[in-house]
Write a protein that binds this ligand. Sequence first.
Ligand code: AMP
Ligand code: MG
Length: 500
Amino acid sequence: MSRIAFDNSYARDLPGLYVAVQPAVAPAPTLLHLNRALADELGLDAAALDGPAGAELFSGNAPPEGSEPLAQAYAGHQFGGFSPQLGDGRALLLGEVIDVHGQRRDVAFKGSGRTPFSRSGDGKAAVGPMLRELIVGEAMHALGIPTTRALAVVATGDMVRREGALPGAVLTRVAASHLRVGTFQYFAARGEHDKLARLAEYTMARHDPALAGTPGRHVALLRAVAQRQATLVAQWMNAGFIHGVMNTDNMTISGETIDYGPCAFLEAYHPDTVFSSIDHGGRYAYANQPRIARWNLARLAEALLPLMVDGEDEAALQQAVAEVTAVIDAFPDGFAQALLQGQRAKLGLQQADPADAALAADWLALLQQHAVDFTLAWRRLADAAAGDANPLRALFAEPTAPTAWLGRWRARCTQEDEGEGSGNASARAARMRRVNPWIIARNHRVEEVLAAASERADLLPLQGLLAALARPFDENPAFVRYAEPAPAQLTAGYQTFCGT
Ligand code: AMP
Ligand code: MG
């Protein structure tokens, strides 16, 4: 058995903020996937784990030596309503590993059985949703978007009861940490300010060590989280990603994307797109994501306030409220800047011009008006930069539709190129192809893979899709089927479901 060198700071430093729980037994575990690249990053022996030993380990049947499985307490606003007690109802933190880059990473199970936080749930997960989490997480990672990742997915040999009976699974998740907005809310809501204070100090030591011990560190922590979320959500928007369930318990302090349930990538661009079957009001629609991020950060601000004010000092409270409000109010600007920075790169621009935001907005309006595939439109814009606009025009029912906008964009490129000599076109196209992916995790391909794996135990489609997603910026002819948009009628009725 390959050893995992655990160093469990959460278990050690935060007694009272979790419950120790052992994972459930899996009757007949089989390893569906081992993420060898991630195993290497963690300093694990991937070869030794890629087989029955990995199945035993990653099912929870043989918890790794040095692990201290625990269920973390957290609360959360779900679709705007506060649940004071959520917590790890079907997840367990095994512990932390220092990776080959010296970074501390959580290693956790998802689907490993009941805990004191399970309420009426069974603590289990099904193969389909866990493979979806693996696939989308790997897609995001390859796109350069901060994310938790799946180290392994094991089929337990158990069946779980959902709409019908589904094969059960355990996913091993690696994260910068599992600290969430909801972790702070849990202790703030209970008035447990001593635990809240310990949580804040732990969080800063882990994610913002420069803040430790400084006066004003709580508002500074809020600012740091807001910056990370502004960057993250801007990256989501520029990749056409819809998280689908941005509850405060699903927003990390680290700035990583977490909890791939009803998430999906846009196909034809429309800002109101919602895929989640449970998101009736469109609260977590594509275009709403920055507003929701800000709303969630305001909930974090509220949870931090008790740490900023000593006792009943009204003036100090006013002051603290003013400080956190300034951070929350600055979020839309921070987000807009991060978004525009990403859009500039996607447009092939390297310098800032005041008209860039309008140029990007008008491009998106054009895609919306003509229901053009978001990913391919950006990708074909790189071809236009290289001198051939026909592949881009071919995405429009009316090929002349982008002519006027292309004229503005070319003028902007020319303005930037002045004085820079020749060779700009190919350099610009190459830059654009490094930030505008050819391949995303398209819904119809993901569904195809999940059906093959859970209905026929056929893992070949999974391996094929993962291989394509690992190199999203390469136009490899072997992967054409993964680059093609879904048939329109399929996308129109597409729904994703919470992975419970
Ligand atoms: P999620 O929708 O996965 O973010 O989970 C929201 C909350 O529901 C968390 O507290 C989970 O632990 C809990 N939960 C989700 N599914 C289950 C399940 N099958 N059994 C127990 N708890 C669950
Ligand atoms: Mg969650």
